[in-house]
Design a protein. Structure first.
Length: 438
């Protein structure tokens, strides 16, 4: 971390605040087991003009899942449960759990109906829920997919996993995390949000309105818990990124970072999305709840991690995208090397970016599983046209996957954004994955 690089990152963060994309932002970087950069910009509280700092507490949203998954894996290490145990062993009143394993909950391949379709459960997350009532309602429904076959992101998976931790350990999840993770790693400013609220120095979460930023409505803690209830700081989360492999042991980290065979194009592990960047392993997790956005991204092989917090949600654009800023910082720290690919491969990858932007794809060139994933509705929601014209596409890597596919990675630049672009092709020439990663 040179002074010039530090100054460059400072300016990138300041630009987000000065452009009015967020009231405040905090950035942390770990490298080779050390915190090499931790700074705050803008304000954690606009009304009181409280400056943002690396010690400011944030709701981290979906980053909570890393810790819930880690709690389960620690219990596995202690012999108190097994990943292949069925949910009903610990939650016998939930009959659908008889066919779902704990591993499938953590991989989000449980097959449970989405929480938005559960009768009697409000979709408004400012209203409280009772998990017992949610499970009782789910028991009156059918699974939407056989357990272990389809990935679907939903908070119920991790709320249920948290309940299993509590029953296997005999203490609330918040106490278990404190005793086994937060205290050992000296994460003194980290805990799970509860009905008692959080400390006065936490960052206020905002949402964009027609006249600027207003305080965002707070989600009820019953919706948070083991899915999205983590409150932490840049410094504390950096300690987790550094010490996680020691605390969990190598086998547990390997399990957490292994994508489920049936997670589809998302390649989800346990609390982390499993990806490739520059031909190397890349794992990341995002949080996005009312008032807050966060990202935690690691390049395990290069021993580098980037954390970005923003106290503005994504309900009304344009606001800061932490994963986008984090991706640009990673490109500064570990610049992507270019590789040589055939012109035919590059042109086909470019052509498919145009097809995605148009919303009309040639399904005969897709594998059946990817075609089923890439629905017309999903295509319509991508809005790649809003990025402006494609200005460049640069090959970064070509990786032979264990299933016989070849994963090509490109760095693509649009007028308004830059992405890493994964283009996955089978041995038969069928397209098995298309991903734009900030």
């Amino acid at each position: 971390m040179t002074p010039a690089l530090s100054d460059h990152i400072d300016q990138m963060a300041k630009d987000q605040v000065h452009a009015g994309r967020t009231p405040g932002i905090a950035v942390g970087i770990v490298e080779d087991g050390r915190i090499v950069y931790a700074r705050g910009f803008g304000f954690s509280d606009l009304s009181k003009h409280v400056p943002m700092s690396p010690d400011t507490q944030f709701y981290a949203g979906g980053l909570t899942r890393q810790f819930t998954a880690a709690a389960v894996l620690l219990l596995v290490q202690d012999g108190k449960l097994a990943l292949d145990d069925h949910v009903s062993k610990y939650v016998p009143e939930f009959h659908l759990g008889a066919t779902i394993t704990i591993a499938q909950l953590l991989a989000q391949t449980s097959g449970l109906p989405p929480s938005s379709r559960i009768p009697g459960i409000s979709a408004d997350r400012t209203h409280p829920i009772k998990l017992a009532a949610v499970l009782a309602s789910l028991d009156q429904m059918k699974l939407v997919a056989a357990p272990g076959t389809v990935y679907a992101d939903d908070p119920i998976n991790y709320l249920l996993a948290a309940l299993i931790v509590e029953r296997a350990s005999g203490v609330p999840l918040s106490d278990y995390l404190e005793q086994h993770i937060f205290i050992p790693l000296v994460m003194d400013n980290t805990f799970l949000a509860s009905d008692s609220g959080i400390s006065a120095q936490h960052s206020i979460g905002y949402t964009r309105t027609s006249h600027g930023f207003d305080p965002a409505p707070a989600w009820d803690p019953s919706w948070l818990g083991g899915d999205a209830g983590l409150v932490t700081t840049i410094y504390d989360l950096a300690k987790w990124d550094i010490a996680m492999p020691i605390l969990l042991h190598v086998d547990a980290v390997r399990t957490m970072f292994a994508p489920s065979a049936n997670s589809g194009p998302t390649r989800y592990g346990m609390g982390w999305v499993i990806d490739r960047r520059g031909g190397k392993d890349f794992v990341w997790s995002d949080g996005d709840i009312s008032g807050y956005r966060a990202t935690n991204a690691l390049l395990p092989v290069q021993h580098v991690g980037v954390i970005v917090f923003s106290n503005a949600d994504s309900l009304h654009q344009p606001t800061t995208i932490p994963e986008g800023l984090g991706g640009r910082i990673l490109d500064l720290i570990v610049p992507p090397a270019t590789t040589h690919l055939s012109n035919a491969t590059i042109e086909r990858a470019r052509e498919w970016l145009a097809l995605l932007a148009s919303g009309h794809v040639r399904r005969d060139e897709l594998t059946p599983s990817f075609s089923a994933y890439l629905t017309d509705d999903l295509l319509a929601r991508q809005n790649l046209d809003g990025l402006g014209p494609l200005q460049s596409i640069v090959p970064v890597s070509s990786t032979a996957e264990s299933d016989g596919d070849t994963l090509y990675e490109f760095l693509v630049r649009y007028r308004y954004a830059q992405y890493h672009y994964d283009f996955e092709v089978t041995a038969q020439g069928k397209i098995d994955g298309l991903r734009l990663i900030a």
